[in-house]
Design a protein around this ligand. Structure first.
Ligand code: ZN
Length: 281
């Protein structure tokens, strides 16, 4: 379904959230006003992947997300950087990622969990917060310097809710299997002056897991904006590589550092080696 979810039929398909067919509307996941500020036509074919279908009720519910003028300024011109704009941006990035990945049929949270989170939030006012444990990193892009692609260490993460991660009765990871699951551990978004990376909720590698996620993100010059800490990230204009941001966190163990996976999973070198583990011992 997601593969041929394209522009021509947008607005004539069931609501992405509730499946209803009445009153279909086109949802501009990235607000039209923002595209216009960049001099782009929001209905252009090239931007089709940023549009989807919602019933009019759910379109109205999500439109509140786009009424954050100072946050839109931060995306468009890189300022103001305040607690409020950063909180709004982090929150917005999560919902946009959920909508985009649901429209596409793949994502860091899986279709079912994404739909659940969206309905919890947009069906019941703003009662439901973003899914627990999802982190958002951001940088302000300095385009005045020549872009380079420095070498980075990609990290493999074990995502909460990934059916490949085998859990014991107390919910602790004990192994991996070769079934299919999410193809990404994170979703990069570049919009205007801002680069964003939304990282799915992960099984912890140890007590310093969260701090080490932040360190890994610092490799590609990203700062954490969700959850927001006591001191605000500066979000100074910096040279960034979207390619590196896109490959920083992965679910594919090959060629990646394993130290951010739960210890018990670190020794497994590929998802499909689990079944052979006995032979190897
Ligand atoms: Zn709906």
């Amino acid at each position: 379904m997601a593969g041929n979810h394209q522009a021509a039929e947008t607005g004539q398909r069931p609501c992405l959230m509730c499946g209803r067919l009445d009153e279909p509307t086109v949802e501009h996941i990235v607000p039209q006003t923002l595209w216009k500020r960049f001099g782009l036509d929001p209905d252009d074919d090239d931007l089709a992947r940023f549009r989807t279908d919602l019933c009019s009720r759910h379109n109205k519910a999500t439109s509140d997300l786009h009424r954050r003028t100072e946050m839109m300024d931060l995306i468009a011109v890189g300022a103001p950087v305040t607690r409020k704009t950063l909180e709004h941006l982090g929150d917005w990035a999560v919902w946009v990622t959920l909508l985009l990945s649901l429209a596409r049929g793949s994502g860091v949270l899986g279709a079912e969990a994404s739909r659940e989170s969206l309905l919890r939030r947009f069906d019941a006012g703003s009662a439901g917060g973003p899914p627990k444990g999802v982190r958002v990193y951001a940088a302000q892009i300095d385009d005045s310097v020549e872009r380079t692609e420095p070498d980075i260490t990609p990290y493999v993460l074990a995502l909460q809710g990934d059916p490949r991660v085998v859990l014991n009765d107390s919910g602790q990871p004990v192994g991996l299997n070769a079934r299919t699951g999410p193809i990404n551990a994170s979703e990069p978004i570049r919009l205007g002056k801002v680069a964003l990376l939304v990282v799915g909720s992960t099984h912890k590698s140890g007590d310093d897991h969260d701090a080490r996620l932040d360190e890994a993100a610092a490799q590609v010059r990203l700062e954490r904006i969700r959850p927001l800490g006591q001191s605000l990230p500066a979000l100074k204009p910096t040279q960034i590589s979207m390619a590196n941001i896109g490959r920083l966190f992965t679910v594919i163990p090959e060629g990646a550092d394993h130290s951010l996976m739960p210890k018990v999973l670190q020794k497994l070198h590929a998802w499909d080696e689990v079944s052979d583990a006995d032979d190897m011992l």
